[in-house]
Design a protein around this ligand. Structure first.
Ligand code: SF4
Ligand code: SF4
Length: 323
């Protein structure tokens, strides 16, 4: 994947603890200059295109400190809003391991001066030693692995198929102290309300992060009662990235976003999953087609089957009951 740090995380996982990483963008003009104690990694793209969760996962892989170098970026403070938000969360809890450097922090100190041809004095930058720059997509492979003597340790590597938002919240939760409190900081996850929901499941299928689920609780289990159940649409805020695809696609136009979840509530759910209810309604299972439908009146058939039974020769369904 373009901009991915997966091989960097693999490399970090095989190093001793305490690696200090410095990430630079693909077009940084002088990545080799700087603090020799840091391992410099050049990303394949602009750092704005590197997902925030991949940077945070470098910590779970074993990095002690990560410096994201933006000193040559044209827009250093708008480069990656999600990463800035994560840095704010960490800073507010006293975790000093993610540094987003800007021009003001990395500009070389002016320690001397020299004369120009016109005799004016000009500041002189200090001498800096050159460092090896590793390529994020071609990280060195341990000799043992090349010789087929084992892959070595690969601690802390995140599930690369999990939703991005879930990877971000999991990595953040692992970094924060247990007593961390974030009362005023908002996460990207949106709070949803679905008054009038018919449990059609369209939003569940549309959510790219698998953050929505329809749950059916109660019912006797016998065929006659087939089941009057309480159906609840629930949201997992740890997976939601606030894309609003669910709100836009709801065919009943009843799903709305009511602001954002606070980081406090989201991160608490990483350790103790607690899906949040979005809408609840009583449903029954159609005795003919077995789909579940809202119990708005008497009858054991869903609106479609009830219409077909009442109109066996009709070839078209009325618009209001089309599935
Ligand atoms: S919120 Fe809308 S799309 Fe989602 S299950 Fe309810 S009616 Fe269907
Ligand atoms: S806004 Fe809706 S569709 Fe988007 S991730 Fe959140 S729950 Fe899923």
């Amino acid at each position: 994947m373009t901009g991915s740090l997966r091989s960097v995380a693999r490399w970090v996982a095989r190093q001793d603890d305490g690696v200090i990483l410095e990430l630079v963008c693909a077009e940084h003009p002088a990545p080799a200059l700087g603090d020799p104690a840091r391992t410099v990694v050049r990303a394949a793209t602009c750092l704005a295109e590197v997902p925030a969760h991949e940077i945070l996962e470098l910590f779970t892989a074993g990095a002690q400190t990560v410096v994201v170098r933006r000193d040559e970026c044209a827009q250093p403070h708008t480069a990656n809003a999600l990463l800035d938000a994560a840095a704010q969360v960490l800073a507010s809890t006293g975790v000093d391991r993610l540094h987003l450097s800007g021009p003001e922090q990395t500009a070389p100190e002016q320690t001397g001066e020299r004369r120009t041809l016109l005799g004016r004095r000009r500041p002189r930058a200090p001498r800096q030693s050159r460092r090896e720059v590793l390529d994020a997509e071609r990280m060195p492979v341990p000799r043992r692995q090349v010789l087929g003597l084992g892959a070595g340790s690969a601690r802390g590597l995140a599930d690369e198929y999990a939703p991005d938002a879930q990877r971000l919240t999991t990595a953040l939760a692992a970094l924060l102290p247990p007593s961390a409190s974030l009362p005023d900081l908002l996460s990207p996850a949106v709070q949803l309300r679905g008054k009038g929901c018919t449990a059609c499941g369209v939003c569940v299928r549309a959510c790219p992060a698998d953050a929505l689920t329809l749950r059916h609780l109660g019912g006797s289990g016998d065929e006659a009662n087939a089941a009057l159940l309480m159906t609840t649409l629930v949201q997992d805020p740890t997976r939601c990235d606030g894309c609003l695809a669910c709100v836009q696609i709801c065919p009943e136009d009843v799903l709305t976003a009511q602001g954002r979840w606070g980081w406090d509530a989201v991160l608490a759910r990483v350790a103790t999953p607690a899906p949040a209810p979005v809408a609840s309604l009583s449903t029954a299972q159609c005795q003919r087609c077995r789909t579940r439908f809202p119990t708005t009146g008497a009858g054991t058939l869903c609106p479609v089957c009830a219409y077909r039974r009442a109109n066996p020769f009709s070839s078209r369904l009325p618009v209001d009951i089309r599935p």
